[in-house]
Design a binder for this molecule. Sequence first.
Ligand SMILES: *Cc1c(COP(=O)(O)O)cnc(C)c1O
Length: 244
Amino acid sequence: METDRPVADILMDVQARIAAACAKAGRRLDDVEVIGVTKTHGPDVVREAWDAGVRLFGENKVQEAAWKIPASVSGPSWHLIGHLQRNKVRPALGLFSVIHSVDSVRLIEQLERVADECGHRPEILLEVNVSGESSKDGLKPEQVPEVIEVALGCRSLTLTGLMTMAPFSPDPELSRPFFARLRACRDRWERAFAIGLPNLSMGMSNDYEVAVEEGATWVRLGTVLFGHRPVWRPQREDTERWEP
Ligand SMILES: *Cc1c(COP(=O)(O)O)cnc(C)c1O
């Protein structure tokens, strides 16, 4: 893995690949943004990526983000990309401006209640399980219209798009049908509800070029930018600083 190369160098390669994928699909480069996924990495890595030009950062655990974000450079927009439990909504809303992993009506209702109470105005995406894999989080496509209905009735939440995870495969082409399916769902629900759902959060280190060809606007990149992840061991002080 390219752990020794500066993030700025790797990011240039990644941006070139994104540009090529955009050209192939007739898309504008401006419509695709990299989310640097810093889970298991420390504030030093956030700093390096920020200095390299990364502006959006993703974390998958509220508890980890709760110490890391205050310890990191200020300025990034932080995105929660991992599963959110309802009992962690309060700290999550204090940390993240975008929640990619909204997957139930009950979670939306809790988000709306706490956001309203605390004056937060988060953007939300609905996580859709387009592969049908039972191990994956996310809504089944047929459940989504009901959830959109509820989201549209929330005054503190803004629904701006959809997120998915393709089943892991070493061959990125195998992810393509799932990304295409998410985009088709998006197009259908935009028409059905007469709304815009501009954000498609799809594609990770192994399949982001294919995701861009299929319409991704946010690619979530960890390993390709930052190398293999160290095992995450919370420090005592980190846990103490965290209040649910
Ligand atoms: C870890 C993670 C990523 C980044 O994965 P890489 O393969 O390291 O790029 C993207 N999305 C989610 C939801 C993740 O948990």
